[in-house]
Ligand binder design. Structure first.
Ligand code: HEM
Length: 488
């Protein structure tokens, strides 16, 4: 029998997105472990007067709160709070080793190599805890973050990373994001199912449940109260090279303006039927961008509308994720090598047949840095603060980055190529190919458009686990406030 999901025991950011417009991630060192434990007890006490409370997955009875708070810990953070070496050794090795040590596997090489990460990420052992504040506006975000820091007296701030939503849910590069997310048995049903994609076992996200891989359950770290209902988060600071990306699209469009294959890719005059109508060059730029991702800028999937971002009749908002690739085996509509098709092959035939839906991850990301305006190009760092959540970092996040994003092991026709948007490409070898009828279009010579500038593997404990951690300090505070007993 599968355990029933205990909503108040889960951190609230895992199975649902808050859709808040402002986020601050506090990257912290624990200077005073006992005070940190007291803060954890206070933050799960149900009493907001001492410190903002960690948001659980308990459905809201009234209005949405104006802010939500969640935490994740590194392995060195767990150790700092007093988790025993034996307990830490029961966590998966990649989590214990930490994100920088996995750099070669996950494509953090060249400009993404950890030696070039921002200062706050350089001494990985010092990164203990991340507290994420999601808020309706910047003032609330600052007030909540300040209250946390003032209340705890435990943490040293290494960095406060601010992200802000762009209009229309867009991210840098101009695409609309946050449309496709996995949905789970026992969580999504007829009342709240967002699309017709197959449901996935909850064990793909939470520890202690059946996973999508037959007979596989990820080990729950011990003690059980610490591991159960937890989840992992590959937190990444991903800098986007927007100018280079835009320039590449322009170069591709210029080539397609004169290359006869351009006419087959986008029949002349088609762009005038778009809403709004476009110049042919701009339309070809957008076409290339769509081929690289798998959706048009506005989120319309190529698979459902291969020639136009504004099909007639329009595709309803609720249908934007209702598609698969089985009827497009060669990638005539959506290239096999595109970012989305590699990252989630849906129902396509792939080499690793048993993993079609087993590497699903939850993505929570928000842009940082100023929006790029080609008319007023401001030199600034910009990118995505991304949380990639799953129950097994190796079998989901890392496998995705390694096998599929880079290498392209998903399908022999793209093996040896990297994701054109996310992959660690270098101009000498990069190649993005897709079919147009009997012909092929191949673009070469493009760089790595996304550079990793920092990150950490975090464990996102359940509320019971946070109280357990709290009890490791002076041991009393958590028990007093919750009445919970930590017997394993
Ligand atoms: C700056 C970095 C990134 C950008 C700009 C980006 C952009 C996008 C966009 C615009 C979408 C389509 C929106 C949607 O369907 O929800 C998408 C989908 C997706 N991305 Fe990324 N992404 C980035 C990094 C990553 C990383 C690091 C991973 C995983 C390792 C990843 C995995 C996925 C997955 C799984 C999907 C959904 C595919 C589907 O369900 O069909 N992305 N991405």
């Amino acid at each position: 029998m599968e355990p029933a999901i205990n909503w108040p025991d889960l951190q609230g950011n895992i199975l649902r997105g808050y859709r808040k417009h402002f986020v601050r991630h506090l990257v912290l060192t624990v200077d005073r472990p006992a005070a940190a434990c007291r803060w954890l007890a206070d933050a799960t006490s149900g009493d907001d007067s001492r410190t903002p409370q960690i948001t659980t997955a308990q459905p809201w009875s009234g209005d949405k709160p104006t802010s939500c708070v969640n935490i994740g810990l590194t392995a060195s953070g767990l150790a700092k709070l007093g988790v025993s070496p034996a307990s830490i050794a029961s966590f998966p090795h990649e989590f214990v080793a930490g994100m920088p040590s996995r750099s070669k596997l996950i494509g953090d090489t060249g400009p993404s190599d950890p030696s070039g990460w921002k200062r706050e990420w350089q001494d990985h052992e010092r990164i203990h805890l991340m507290i994420s504040v999601h808020a309706d506006n910047a003032a609330i975000r600052a007030a909540v973050a300040d209250r946390i820091m003032a209340a705890s007296g435990a943490f040293r701030l290494l960095a406060a990373l601010d992200g802000e939503d762009f209009p229309g849910g867009k991210v840098h590069f101009g695409y609309r994001d946050s449309i496709s997310q996995p949905q789970f048995y026992g969580v999504h049903g007829p009342d709240n199912r967002r699309d017709d994609q197959p449901l996935v076992e909850i064990g793909a996200m939470l520890l202690g449940y059946a996973t999508p891989v037959e007979d596989i359950r990820w080990r729950v770290p011990s003690p059980h109260v610490l591991g159960f209902n937890g989840s992992f988060n590959a937190f990444r600071v991903l800098e986007q090279q927007v100018e280079q990306f835009e320039q590449f699209l322009s170069e591709c469009a210029d080539r397609l303006m004169t290359d006869p294959v351009g006419k087959r890719l986008l029949p002349p005059g088609e762009e005038k039927k778009w809403t709004p109508p476009m110049s042919r060059r701009d339309a070809l730029r957008e076409m290339v961008a769509a081929k690289m991702l798998g959706r048009w800028y506005n989120g319309v999937p190529l698979e459902m509308s291969p020639h136009s971002p504004s099909p007639q009749p329009p595709i309803g908002e609720e249908k934007l994720n209702d598609y698969g690739y089985s009827h497009d085996p060669d990638g005539q509509r959506c290239p096999i090598g595109s970012h989305m098709r590699r990252s989630n092959p849906r129902d396509a035939k792939i080499v690793q047949r048993n993993t079609n839906h087993a590497r699903r991850i939850i993505r929570r990301g928000i842009p940082y840095g100023p929006m790029y305006d080609p008319a007023l190009p401001v030199k600034a760092e910009r990118g995505l603060l991304g949380s990639f959540m799953c129950a097994s970092l190796t079998s989901q996040f890392e496998a995705l980055q390694y096998d599929w994003t880079n290498l392209g092991l998903i399908d022999p026709r793209i093996t040896g190529t990297n994701d054109p948007i996310l992959g660690n490409n270098e101009p000498l070898h990069s190649r993005f190919t897709f079919p147009v009828g009997e012909e092929k279009v191949t673009f070469r010579g493009f760089p790595h458009f996304i550079h990793t500038r920092g990150g950490a593997y975090l464990f996102q404990p359940s509320i019971s686990a946070i109280r357990y951690l709290a009890s490791l300090g002076d041991g009393k505070a958590a028990r007093k406030s919750s009445g919970a007993a930590y017997v394993d």
